[in-house]
Design a protein around this ligand. Structure first.
Ligand code: NPW
Ligand code: ADP
Length: 483
């Protein structure tokens, strides 16, 4: 698992650590790690010696890191130029080090550059980039290096222009090939459109770990977490004790959602899938191992229900939702089931002891919460989770999972290939299966989003993917991940 911390918590930890060290130690550690990474990147374009390096230097310590790293590259023979955004307010010791190592300042953006270091602003950023910074950022993409390729862009700590604590990108921002960050990850590295601006994120250890005592703002699962959590059958397993998942999905109007959620559930860890709804005949025809009935009440025992994908909002759908909520097992509500909650008709039914998971996309979120998720998707998801006392999986490029207690996860595996009708139905089935197999709701949601994202990527390898292909890709992904 990776974790990211908010700026205030990073600052507090840095303060604690700095009190124990000679002045400038942390910046030296940061700059050394940064310069080392830059040197490695330059190897690919002909080495450090003679490389043209452009430093974009703001007025804070982020600019200071950049100047020191530039000095180290200049000492190794790079031609380093520093463009100072606020020449009257610059890290003076950093500038002196650069000059001493043979680097220069410049007032214009050069036409040629192999490597650009973005040290305009780091964790001290407030608001969107100011006009001068924004204008420079817009031109970075035009820079060409000695091989004729576009310049490699390295963001120092975070790409300038992103909102560090939320991952929001309010305006122009740097798009980096590599982001070298210090001490710990910050939310912008893993959440929202900012994460996509970071390129490859590399962490330089400056000794912050032991003093970083605050809870992380957001967690990110890795392959090993999913492999550790994923239930597997053992010698004592049978089709019932592996868990049975119930699906109340699809309708006469949307029978496909029943098939897709079933396909998702069948790829999950449960020993049996029960389907209840008007598509029961189609489901059994397509998936002979499924036990199907027309109504939830006749479906038989399950250990969790997934309800709502393609369910519609008819009287029949309402009956299905009420029946599912009346059970004592974990329930996942997706799509139309979320829409049916709007207006509070089911408020009493929602008071249940077993876990509840909601999987809204932005439209369903807005319908239920009465507001958009907003620029801070983590806070938006956490608000809805607290209000509904449910684990909320807010779909999107970096799907967010939030618990009522405020624990937040960001999914790193999402793929635009998933932006295809019905892929959410596959996710609902898969997540339902994980709940029925006994995973705690938060882990079920995190693991389902993770594997679903990988399945989207895998499916897209063969060309534009449709939801049935995403469902089919879950198995090969699991074969690699949890075998
Ligand atoms: N602390 C430590 O121990 C360590 C910290 N480290 C490093 O320090 C960095 C934090 O440095 P920091 O606190 O000086 O803030 P920083 O990110 O340089 O920006 C502040 C300046 O930017 C400006 N500015 C603000 N918003 C802006 C905008 N939207 N658009 C344009 N400009 C804007 C603002 O100017 P002003 O508002 O005053 O005009 C202000 O002067 C951190 O990211 C890491 O790199 C490492 O060395 C490891 C150890
Ligand atoms: N641009 C994107 N990048 C990554 N994942 C995406 C993107 N757009 C959508 N997704 C994912 O695709 C799925 C779509 O689900 P949903 O909107 O419920 O579709 P449907 O109702 O058609 O099944 C979600 O898991 C969501 O996170």
């Amino acid at each position: 698992m990776r974790q990211a911390w908010r700026v205030a918590d990073v600052r507090a930890a840095e303060k604690t650590l700095m009190a124990t060290l000679p002045e400038g130690t942390l910046m030296r550690r940061a700059a050394t790690g940064l310069a080392r990474r830059c040197a490695l990147l330059l190897e690919a374009t002909g080495g450090v010696y003679g490389a043209r390096v452009l430093l974009l230097v703001g007025s804070g310590d982020n600019g200071g890191d950049t100047l020191y790293a530039g000095a180290m590259l200049a000492a190794r023979g790079a031609q380093v130029r520093a463009l100072l955004l606020s020449p009257d307010r610059v890290h003076l010791a950093g500038l002196a080090a650069l000059r001493q190592a043979g680097g220069f300042t410049t007032v214009d953006l050069p036409t040629r550059s192999d490597l650009v270091l973005d040290g305009i602003v780091g964790i001290g950023a407030s608001g969107g980039l100011r006009p001068l910074a924004a204008a420079i950022v817009k031109s970075i993409g035009d820079l060409r290096g000695r091989t004729g390729q576009r310049a490699v862009v390295v963001a120092v700590d975070v790409p300038s222009g992103v909102t560090v604590d939320t991952g929001h990108v309010p305006g122009d921002a740097v798009t980096a090939d590599v982001t070298v960050t210090f001490g710990c990850l910050k939310p912008a590295h893993v959440v929202g459109p900012a994460a996509a601006r970071c390129g490859q994120v590399e962490l330089v250890d400056i000794g912050l770990g032991p003093v970083l005592v605050a809870d992380p703002a957001v967690r990110v699962a890795e392959d090993a977490d999913i492999a550790a959590w994923w239930p597997r059958p053992g010698a004592a397993s049978d089709k019932y004790n592996r868990g049975v998942v119930g699906l109340a999905t699809g309708s006469a109007r949307y029978p496909g959602a029943a098939l897709l959620s079933t396909a998702g559930a069948l790829a999950g860890p449960t020993g049996m899938v029960r389907y209840a709804g008007s598509a029961h005949q189609e489901v059994v025809r397509a998936h002979p191992s499924v036990v199907a009935a027309p109504k939830v009440a006749d479906a038989g025992r399950v250990q969790a229900w997934a309800c709502g994908s393609g369910l519609g909002t008819t009287a029949e759908a309402r009956t299905a939702l009420r029946s599912v909520l009346a059970t004592s097992v974990p329930v996942l509500l997706d799509a139309d089931a979320i829409t049916l909650l709007v207006g509070g008709e089911y408020a009493e039914d929602l008071r249940r002891d077993a876990p509840l998971v909601l999987t809204p996309h932005d439209g369903e979120f807005k319908r239920l919460a009465g507001e958009e998720p907003g620029a801070d998707r983590m806070a938006g998801a956490a608000r809805l989770a607290a209000w509904t006392n449910a684990v909320v999986l807010l779909k999107g490029d970096r799907t967010i999972v939030a618990t009522p207690g405020g624990e937040i996860w960001a999914n790193p595996t999402g793929s635009p290939a998933l932006a295809t009708a019905g892929s959410g139905d596959v996710l609902a089935g898969l997540l339902g299966s994980l709940l029925a197999a006994g995973l705690p709701a938060v882990r079920a949601a995190v693991a389902a989003a993770y594997v679903h994202g990988l399945a989207g990527r895998h499916a897209a390898l063969g060309g534009p993917a449709t939801a049935p292909e995403v469902a089919a890709a879950v198995r090969p992904v699991l074969a690699r991940l949890v075998a």
